[in-house]
Design a protein around this ligand. Sequence first.
Ligand SMILES: *[C@@H]1O[C@H](CO)[C@@H](O)[C@H](O)[C@H]1NC(C)=O
Ligand SMILES: *[C@@H]1O[C@H](CO)[C@@H](O)[C@H](O)[C@H]1NC(C)=O
Length: 361
Amino acid sequence: MARSLAVVVFIFTSLHSIGHGETWWLLGLQSQLVETWSRVGIIGPSIHSQCNELQGLSHDQVRFCQMFQDHMLPISNGARSGINECQHQFSQRRWNCSTANDKSVFARVMAIASREAAFTYAISAAGVMNAISRSCREGELDKCGCSKAVRPVNLDKDWLWGGCGDNVDYGYLFGKQFVDAKEEKNAAKGAKQKARREMNLHNNEAGRKVVQSMAGVACKCHGVSGSCSMKTCWLQLANFRDVGERLKEKYDGATEMRHSRRGKLHVANEKYNEPTNYDLVYLEQSPDYCVRDDRTGSLGTQGRFCNKTSQGTDGCTIMCCGRGYNTYKQEVVERCHCKFHWCCYVKCKKCRKTIDINVCK
Ligand SMILES: *[C@@H]1O[C@H](CO)[C@@H](O)[C@H](O)[C@H]1NC(C)=O
Ligand SMILES: *[C@@H]1O[C@H](CO)[C@@H](O)[C@H](O)[C@H]1NC(C)=O
C-alpha cells in the first residue's frame, strides 16, 4: 500500500511542474492515476497529507478533498470523461483536445482565454456534476443518495414518481463548490485576471446548466405480463455524449466578451445578445492551430489525416490550412459477401481493398 501511495504522490508532483493552466481536471488526464485512486483509496489520517500533495488543487479544493474524501474518485472520473468527450467532439478539428504527448502544451492552450478554453472548462465542470449526481444514486457517497426532486407537474397522474433518480441537485451544488473553488477571488489581480476568472466561472456554470437542463424523466413498466399498466419514474441524467454535442453547439455559438477596467465582462459586439447562463463566453481569439507554436501550445496539423471530399473542418482544405496533402495507398481487409446460414450464423469472406489515405503536408 505504501508503495502505491508513493506512486500517487509522484504523479501529482510531476503534474506540479506544468505551471500556468495547472488545474484540477488535469487529474482526469491520467487514467493510471484514476485507477490508483480507486485501488488504493485515500482514507484515514493520511488523507490530510495526501490532499496537500494534490498540486493541481487550490487551497479551498484541498479542504474539500479532506472533508469529502469519497468524492475524489467521481471528480477524477468526471474530469476524465470531460476530456474524453472533448477529444471526441474535436477529433475532426485542427485543435483536437489532444493531450497525449505533453500536458504542458495543453496548459498553454488553456492559458489563452479562447473558445477552446471555454469549452474545456464547461465540459469538465459538466463531467464532474454528472459523475457526482450518478455516484449519489449508486449509493457510493456518504453525503447523498437518490434524487429528492419533486414530481414533475406534467407527469401522467397514474404513474408513480419515486424511483431512485440521479441526484442532479446535489451534483450541481457540490460540483459548483468544488470546481469553482479553483477560481480563488484573491488570486485574480488586475482587470485581465479578474476577467479571466469571470470567464472561467461563467463557462463552468454553463457546463452544469446544460447537464441540469438535459436531465429528464425515465420510467419503467410494471404490471401483469408486460401490460405496462403501471409505471415508476425517476429523474435521469442525459447521455454524456448528448451533453457533449450540446456544448459543442455552444462552442460554435460562443459569445466574444470584453472587460472593463474593473474586470467585468460585457459583450464585445453590441449587436449580439447578452449570453445566457447556458452559453459559452471567451475573451481572446484562438490561434489558427495550423503550425506548431510552443508559445500557444498549437501542435499544428502536419501529419493529420484529412478527408478529400469533405467541405467541413475535417476536409483537406481546412485541416491542412492550404498547405496541401500527401496521398498514400493502404490495403485494408474487410468482411464481405456475407451469407446468412439457417440457422443461425453469418459467414463472410475476406476481401482486400485499397484505399487512399490523405495526410496534411
Ligand atoms: C490530434 O492532433 C495531434 C497534433 O496534430 C496529432 O498528433 C494526433 O494524432 C491527433 N489525434 C487524433 C485522434 O486525431
Ligand atoms: C469524407 O467526407 C464525406 C463527405 O462529408 C463523407 O461522406 C465520408 O464518409 C468521409 N469519409 C471518411 C473516411 O470519413
